[in-house]
Design a protein around this ligand. Structure first.
Ligand SMILES: Cc1cc2nc3c(=O)[nH]c(=O)nc-3n(C[C@H](O)[C@H](O)[C@H](O)COP(=O)(O)OP(=O)(O)OC[C@H]3O[C@@H](n4cnc5c(N)ncnc54)[C@H](O)[C@@H]3O)c2cc1C
Length: 482
C-alpha cells in the first residue's frame, strides 16, 4: 500500500484524556500539520463501565465537544469494537492513521496493541502518547529491575524525578475537507442506568477542563495549607476533589504536580502531602500495569483460602446505607448522592464490609465501580485490597477500623453523619433528604422509618473477623515484597 499523502487527515482517538491543554497526543498531532478528526469510540470496554462513571463520561464528552466546536472542530462519536470502527473511519476519510493517549489496564492495553499492529501492518500511522500519568509505569524500577510493591520506596524513587512542563492547548489546527458523520451523544443514553439518581448527582459534578482548573485554583488558594491535618475530616471541604476530573482526563496529573510543587516551594504547609497523595494514584497505576488482575485476584495468594462471604443480605444493607452504623451509612449515602466518597469514609466503609461483615472485597469493589463518578480502576482495586489486607503494601488484616471510634475522632460534631443520614436529625437537611429521591424506588425506603439497628455488634464483628484471620496461613506475598 502506498504511504498516506502528506495532507491526509489524522484521527485523534480520545479516551480518558478529555481536555485540550497538556495533551501530548494533541500537540504531536497538531505538529504534523495534517487536518485532525477528533473521535470518541463507545467500544465494548467503555460500554461495560459502571452506571455513574458512564453517565459522568457523557457530561465530559459534551464539554469536550463544545471546546472543540469553539476551535472550529468536531468530536465525532462512533460505537462498536475499536479496530473495526477505526478501520471504517479510515476508509471513509482517507486518514493517514490514528493517534491516542496510552492507557495502562490489561484489557485496554491488549485492545491498543491489536489496533497498533493491524494499522501499522497496513502502513498507517498508529502512535500512542503519554498523558495520563506523571511517569510511565515501566520507567520506574527497583534496584533489581522489578516493580515497586511498597508505596514509600516508590515515592522516594519518583519524588525528585523531573516532570516535563505542561503543554499549552493548541489554538487552531486544520479541519478535514469534509467531516465524517457522527452519532448523537443523546442517542447513546449513557445515563440510562442512573435512572432518577442522575438529577440528584448532577448538582455535585464539576464537569470539564475549565471546572477542573478552577477546582485546582480554589484548592491552592484556600485548602493546601491545612491539607495534611484537615484532609481526614469528612465533614470539611478540605481536599481538592480532583479525582472526579482526573478520571476523565479533564486535567492532567502533570498540571496538578507542577501547581503543587510550586506551592511547596512557596512554603504551603500541606503541599508535600498533597503531592504524596497524587503519587498514590501513580502507584496504583504502576501496580495495575504490572499486576493486570489487581481488581480480580487477591495479590497475596494465601488469601484465596480466606472464608470470605460472597454477596449476602448484610452486603445488600451496606449498599443501601442501612447497616445501622451511622458513619458507614453516611459514607454509602454520600457516594449515591454525590458520586464520590471522602477517603476516610472509603476506608471505614470498606473495612466494615470486609471485616465486620466478613464479605469479599470484590463485592464492595463492584459497588464502588458502579456508583463512583471518580471511579478509577487502579485506585479502587488498590484501595480495596489495601483495606482487606490482601494487597501489596496493605494494612494488616487485624487493623480493623472501628466505625464508632472513627466517627468520634474524625466526625466529632456528627456533621458528616447528619449531612447524609436523614434519620439522625429531627429536621434533616436537603442533602440527607435528597438521598431518598436518588435511590431506586424498588428499595422501598421511607424517610419517616426509624433508623435500622446495627447488622452486627462492633465487638462481635471484630471477634468474628479475627477468628477467620487466625485460620489464614502465614503471610507470604504472591510475588515477594521488596
Ligand atoms: C476502598 C477505596 C476505594 C477507592 N477508590 C477510588 C477510585 O475509584 N477512584 C479514585 O480516584 N480514588 C479512589 N480511592 C482513593 C481516594 O479515596 C480518592 O482518590 C480521594 O478520596 C479523592 O478525593 P480528592 O480528589 O479530594 O483527593 P485529594 O486528597 O485532593 O488528593 C489528590 C489526588 O490524589 C489522588 N489520591 C488521593 N488519595 C489517594 C489514594 N488513597 N489512592 C490513590 N490515589 C489517591 C487522587 O487522584 C486525588 O484526586 C479509593 C480509596 C479506597 C480506600
Amino acid at each position: 500500500m502506498p504511504p498516506p499523502s502528506a495532507d491526509a487527515p489524522l484521527i485523534l482517538w480520545f479516551r480518558r484524556d478529555l481536555r485540550l491543554s497538556d495533551h501530548p497526543m494533541l500537540t504531536a498531532a497538531v505538529a504534523t500539520g495534517r487536518p485532525l478528526i477528533p473521535v470518541f469510540l463507545l467500544d465494548p470496554e467503555t460500554e461495560a463501565i459502571g452506571a455513574a462513571a458512564k453517565w459522568r463520561l457523557g457530561l465530559s464528552l459534551a464539554d469536550l465537544s463544545a471546546r472543540l466546536a469553539a476551535r472550529g472542530a468536531r468530536l465525532i462519536l462512533r460505537r462498536g469494537p475499536a479496530l473495526a470502527v477505526l478501520e471504517a473511519l479510515i476508509a471513509e476519510t482517507g486518514a493517514a492513521g490514528v493517534m491516542w493517549s496510552r492507557g495502562y489496564d490489561g484489557a485496554g492495553r491488549a485492545r491498543d496493541s491489536a489496533v497498533k499492529a493491524a494499522l501499522r501492518a497496513r502502513g498507517l500511522i498508529a502512535d500512542s502518547h503519554p498523558g495520563f500519568l506523571l511517569h510511565e509505569p515501566w520507567t520506574v524500577q527497583t534496584g533489581q529491575g522489578g516493580y515497586y510493591r511498597v508505596y514509600t520506596p516508590y515515592w522516594n524513587a519518583v519524588k525528585d524525578r523531573p516532570v516535563a512542563a505542561a503543554l499549552p492547548a493548541p489554538h487552531a489546527w486544520p479541519a478535514p475537507a469534509e467531516w465524517p458523520g457522527s452519532d448523537r451523544l443523546e442517542d447513546w443514553h449513557l445515563g440510562a442506568a442512573m435512572r432518577r439518581g442522575a438529577a440528584v448527582c448532577l448538582t455535585w459534578q464539576r464537569v470539564g477542563e475549565a471546572a477542573a482548573q478552577d477546582r485546582l485554583a480554589a484548592f491552592l488558594a484556600d485548602k493546601i495549607g491545612p491539607y495534611r491535618e484537615a484532609r481526614d475530616f469528612p465533614a470539611r471541604d478540605a481536599t481538592s476533589g480532583l479525582s472526579e476530573n482526573l478520571t476523565y482526563g479533564e486535567i492532567s496529573p502533570r498540571q496538578i504536580w507542577h501547581a503543587g510543587f510550586r506551592a511547596m516551594q512557596e512554603g504551603a504547609g500541606g503541599a508535600q502531602h498533597f503531592l504524596k497523595e497524587l503519587v498514590w494514584r501513580e502507584f496504583a497505576w504502576h501496580l495495575m500495569f504490572h499486576v493486570p488482575n489487581l481488581a480480580r485476584d487477591n495479590w497475596r495468594p494465601e488469601w484465596d483460602g480466606f472464608p470470605w462471604r460472597g454477596d449476602n443480605e448484610d452486603a445488600e444493607a451496606w449498599r443501601r446505607g442501612q447497616t445501622g452504623e451511622p458513619l458507614v451509612d453516611a459514607a454509602l449515602r454520600e457516594m449515591y448522592v454525590t458520586g464520590t466518597m471522602h477517603n476516610r469514609a472509603r476506608m471505614v466503609a470498606a473495612s466494615y464490609l470486609t471485616k465486620h461483615l466478613l464479605t469479599d472485597w470484590r463485592v464492595g469493589l463492584a459497588w464502588f465501580a458502579d456508583c463512583l463518578t471518580d471511579w478509577d480502576p487502579a485506585a479502587n482495586a488498590m484501595g480495596w485490597q489495601w483495606v482487606a489486607g490482601s494487597g501489596p503494601d496493605a494494612a494488616p488484616y487485624f487493623r480493623i477500623f472501628n466505625p464508632a471510634g472513627q466517627a468520634e475522632k474524625f466526625d466529632p460534631g456528627a456533621q458528616y453523619r447528619r449531612r447524609f443520614v436523614a434519620e439522625l436529625s429531627a429536621a434533616p437537611g436537603e442533602t440527607a433528604q435528597s438521598w431518598f429521591r436518588a435511590v431506586p424506588r424498588a428499595w422501598g425506603l421511607d424517610p419517616r422509618a426509624p433508623y435500622p439497628a446495627p447488622r452486627i455488634g462492633l465487638a462481635a464483628g471484630r471477634a468474628r473477623a479475627l477468628d477467620a484471620y487466625a485460620g489464614l496461613k502465614a503471610d507470604t506475598p504472591r510475588e515477594g515484597l521488596e
